[in-house]
Design a protein. Structure first.
Length: 292
């Protein structure tokens, strides 16, 4: 069942993006996580889905940079996904590639931070914060100094004595359900976030953006399933012979997931390419499989 805007908490991607694209919220978040003062943070709104509903390919990361040209990519992770480490590597590479394409020299590349805010423990060590940077295995004091840092925050930490109190409070706020997230956390930053969320929920324009986003996500998931079906179908058929160019083109352009699934069933049941094509062209795969 789809959520409504009024049911969202900060752990929902749309709400997290909406809250953190406000520079003062993002700045205080980064200062809390990094334990350093920043004089200014600029949030790249054009890279946020909530500001560009027409963006092809839904992304909800928060991009920002500060007065030292340090770049930040912050992402909410509600469920554990495979290869989070490689995912962080991809994000770091994307930031570098954009800067190099823009004309930066290697020695001019700024520091970059990729921060995952996880509603689970990504490493099972019960830490609220895991910080990774490049160092020498044989000589720990030797740092690579490549300017990259990846941070994982966990709402399931237990080491309260090792991290700032305000970070623990914030992570408890993130972990909370809808009703619990509205209680008093006795923290100024969390209180400001609560006010921001209430304002967003009253904003009709934000409600429209959320509805548009939900439809785009729905379409994207559907397209992802269709693409998977196309790849599976071609893999099966290639084991039975060469796929005729005309039918390969039909597979590539077919948007109906049910049609693709029916073709998959036929492909699995057919002993040869000729047998599959005969069945598909007879219409047993779908009406789209009939001769034109």
């Amino acid at each position: 069942m789809k959520k409504q805007l009024k049911e969202l908490t900060i752990k929902d991607n749309f709400m997290f993006g909406a809250v953190m694209t406000m520079p003062e919220n993002c700045k205080d978040f980064l200062e809390m996580v990094l334990q350093t003062k920043l004089s200014e943070v600029v949030v790249s709104k054009e890279k946020s889905m909530i500001y560009h509903p027409e963006y092809k390919g839904v992304r909800l990361d928060v991009y920002a940079n500060d007065e030292e040209r340090t770049h930040y990519n912050v992402e909410m992770q509600v469920s554990k996904k495979p290869a989070l480490g490689r995912r962080s590597r991809y994000y770091q590479s994307q930031i570098d590639m954009e800067l190099l394409v823009a004309g930066e020299e290697y020695e001019e590349l700024p520091d970059t931070y990729v921060i995952f805010l996880c509603d689970f423990d990504p490493f099972g060590q019960k830490k609220y914060r895991y910080i990774f940077s490049s160092e020498c295995k044989e000589c720990k004091e030797s740092k690579l100094q490549d300017g990259r840092c990846t941070i994982f925050l966990s709402t399931h930490g237990e080491n309260e004595d090792e991290v700032p109190k305000e970070l623990v409070t914030f992570l408890k706020f993130v972990k909370a359900g809808l009703r619990e997230s509205e209680q008093n956390f006795h923290d100024d930053y969390v209180e400001r976030l609560q006010r921001t969320i209430r304002e967003i929920k009253r904003d009709r324009e934000m409600e429209e953006r959320f509805m548009i986003l939900e439809e785009m996500l729905k379409d994207e998931r559907k397209e992802g399933r269709a693409e998977g079906a196309r790849l599976s179908l071609c893999t099966i058929l290639e084991c039975k012979g060469e796929i005729p160019d005309v039918f390969r083109k039909r597979i590539e352009t077919e948007q109906n997931l049910e049609v693709l699934r029916n073709w998959l069933v036929l492909a699995a049941k057919s002993d040869t390419m000729e047998a599959f094509l005969t069945e598909a062209e007879s219409g047993k795969g779908s009406s789209c499989g009939q001769k034109e």
